[in-house]
Design a protein around this ligand. Sequence first.
Ligand code: COI
Length: 358
Amino acid sequence: MKQEIAFIQRADLKVKPDTASLGFGKYFSDYMFVMDYHTDIGWNDPRIIPYAPLTLDPASMVFHYGQAIFEGLKAYKTADGTIQLFRPEKNMKRLNESCDRLCIPLIDEDFLLHAIKQLIVTEKDWIPDGEGTSLYIRPFIFSTEPYLGVRASKQYQLLVILSPVGAYYGNQLSPVRINVEEHYVRAVIGGVGHVKTAGNYAASLKAQEKAEANGFAQILWLDAKENKYVEEVGSMNIFFKINGEVITPRLNGSILPGVTRDSVIELLKYWNIPVREVKISIEEVFAAYERGELEEAFGSGTAAVISPVGELNWNDQTITINDQNIGQLSQRLYNEMTGIQLGKKEDPFNWTVKVAQV
Ligand code: COI
C-alpha cells in the first residue's frame, strides 16, 4: 500500500510540558495518525490530523467484544540532532501478530512505519532531550463496526498517538518491590497472553490494585495451570541472575515476546555472559536466594527500559535482592541500551533506525 498521507493543520499548538514533570503517558502531542478499515476497501484514508477526541457509535464492537490491540515504541533525539527509533520493525511485526490473533485485518508494516516516521517528523519538537526521556509512540487498533452479534468486526480504526515521557516508575533504575501473584492469573497457553491486546491489561488490574494496596509496585505472574512457573511482570519481562548465569522464562505462548527482552538476550550473548531461556519455577528462584546465589533480578520493557527488582514477595516470604541496590548487570544493561538508543554508544546490531536530522 503506497497511499498519500493527508495532512490537516491545527490552528494553534499546545504548550509543551516541562521535562521535569513528564512522568509516563500524561501528555500528548499536537497531531495523531489515523487510518480506517472497511472489508470492502481495506485500510484506507491515512491522515495526520490534530490530536482530538474521537466520536464513536455506542454500538462499536470494541466496546462490547474487545477487539483492541496496541504497541509501544520510542523515538529518541541524539546529541547531534538525529531522531531515531529502536528496532521499530519488531513492533510492526508484533502488531500484526496481535492483529492475527484477534481477527483484525493485517496492516502493511512498511507503510505504518513510514507513517510513524512522518508523524514524528511533524512532531519533532515534542521529542524531549532530558536525561531518561523520549517520545513514546502508541499505535493501536480497535473495532468500530456498529453491530452486536459476536463475530469479527468489518470496520476498524488505527491510530498512532505520541507522548513525551520520562521514567515509567517514579525514579528510573530505583529497585522496585514486586508481589508474586498466587490467586489471579494473567494468561493461559492458547489464549492471548503472547500478543498485546487491551484485555490482558484489564485482566491484570485487580491483582495490580491488590499489590499496590500492600506497597508493591508490580505483580510477578505465574503460569495459569500450575501456579508455579514464572511468566512475566505487569509491564515488563523478567530476568534473574543466578550464580553468574542470567535466566529468563522461555516464550511459551502466554508470555509477551518483548523487544527489550530480545535485546537484553542479544547483548548478554555479545558480552559472553551466560544466558538461558528456561521454564523456571518461583520455588527455584527462592531456593537460589536461600543458597545465596540470586545475585540480581530485573525487568525489561519499552516503557520501563531496565528496572531492577529490589524485593520479591511470595508465599508469605519477602526476599531482598542485592540489598535493594541497583545490580551491576542491570546498570550495565541500562547504560548500554539507553546509550545505543541515544546514539552515545556504538550500535553493533544496527538496531537504531534514523528518521531525520534536526
Ligand atoms: C511498553 O513497555 O511499551 C508497554 O506497552 C507496557 C505498558 C506501558 C503497557
